[in-house]
Design a protein around this ligand. Structure first.
Ligand code: IPM
Ligand code: MG
Length: 359
């Protein structure tokens, strides 16, 4: 039998990105060997801030087109101390997400064994959420501009765009995901009390789409109230859908409540599979610890597991998460989550758990 082959584009990019992506690719290779049913054909791209310094662009002009032929993209982190953040963001990650129309950003949050939540009395099992972030428009649409530059009358606009199509498709995806989870519970985050155009349409469309999913119980929660709910009553939440910016903020809070952003994964998904989806750890480039060998690779492992799941390799995806949970439970963790292990040691331990059949 020939192995199923997946073509993966790896974009390690900046800071600790190359360290965690190398660890992720190593673990994926061990998994593929152990499984025997699939193989990965990895192409690495040197896109990122170093390329920007050299050539003036983070990726080539036809970068997005070149990614189209792959089955999935594994992304490290972008951002450097000497390049403005909006340049790096709009030069690499956003053009890929928006160019490939990866409109659903999926952010699972759970407390892994061995990792402590800052919330008293809350441990693994008490906090198990998936945040669905609208990833193609909203507050990140890039619409706006500046006039009267440098003059006292200088003005800047930043326009949030909500389209019926964009809101409907993210709601459908969120309801479908909520339906697939045991609790069938969806919280629709909004701010329609203050934002009376876009957010009111958001609420209306949520109600319309809800009618297609009678098994899902759903509620509307104002974004400010949601921050309180997440802290005070984490067990009451399951699947959460929010706009691009609201979900950006809530997912940082979610990561902190689960113990560390260092373990949080994400997938930028095209649910219709017209183009490859892109998987990345949320933590960013973390230049303060780059090159020290102590970056936490767990977010990338979890991210790799999401990628395998998306590719249809559910068994390998689950095996990887079992290995990660076992290693975390044994206390083999990096300093950001209170441990003393290096990236190398955590990676070796996870590879060993996969090889040894413990996972
Ligand atoms: C995230 C990040 C990015 C975002 C930053 C790096 C621009 O915070 O993925 O959540 O806001 O989208
Ligand atoms: Mg963020």
């Amino acid at each position: 039998m020939t192995a199923r082959t997946y073509r993966i584009a790896a974009i390690p990019a900046d800071g600790i990105g190359p360290e965690v992506i190398a660890a992720g690719l190593e673990v994926l290779e061990v998994l593929a060997r152990r499984d025997g049913g699939f193989r990965l054909e990895v192409t690495e791209f040197d896109w990122g801030s170093a390329r920007y310094r050299r050539t003036g662009a983070l990726m080539p002009g036809d970068g997005v087109a070149r990614l189209r032929g792959f089955d999935a993209i594994l992304f490290g982190a972008v951002g450097a101390p000497d390049v403005p953040d909006h340049v790096t963001l709009w030069g690499l990650r956003l053009p890929i997400c928006q160019g490939l129309d990866q409109y659903a950003n999926i952010r699972p949050t759970r407390i892994l064994p061995g990792i402590a939540s800052p919330l008293a009395g809350i441990g693994p099992g008490d906090l198990d959420w998936v945040i669905v972030r609208e990833n193609s428009e909203g507050e990140y649409s890039g619409i706006g501009g500046r006039a009267h530059r440098g003059l006292p009358a200088e003005v800047a606009t930043e326009v949030a765009i909500f389209t019926r199509e964009g809101v409907t498709r993210i709601m459908r995806h969120a309801f479908r995901l909520a339906q697939s989870r045991p609790r069938k519970l969806l919280s629709v985050v909004t701010k329609s009390n203050a934002q009376r155009h876009g957010m009111v349409m958001w609420d209306e469309i949520a109600a319309e789409v809800a009618a297609e999913f009678p098994q899902v119980s759903w509620e509307r929660v104002l974004v400010d109230a949601m921050t309180v709910r997440m802290v005070k009553d984490p067990r009451s939440l399951d699947t959460i859908v929010a706009t691009n910016l609201h979900a950006d903020i809530l997912s940082d809070l979610a990561g902190a409540l689960a113990g560390s952003l260092g373990v949080a994964p994400t997938g930028n998904i095209d649910p219709e599979r017209r183009a490859p989806s892109m998987f990345e750890p949320i933590h960013g480039s973390a230049f303060d610890i780059a090159g020290k060998g102590i970056a936490n690779p767990v977010a990338t492992f979890w991210t790799a597991s999401m990628m395998l799941e998306h590719l249809g390799e559910a068994d390998a995806a689950a095996r990887l998460m079992r290995a990660v949970e076992r290693v975390c439970a044994e206390g083999v963790t990096t300093p950001d989550v209170g441990g003393r292990a290096t990236t190398r040691e955590v990676t070796d331990a996870v590879c060993e758990a996969i090889r040894g059949g413990n996972a």
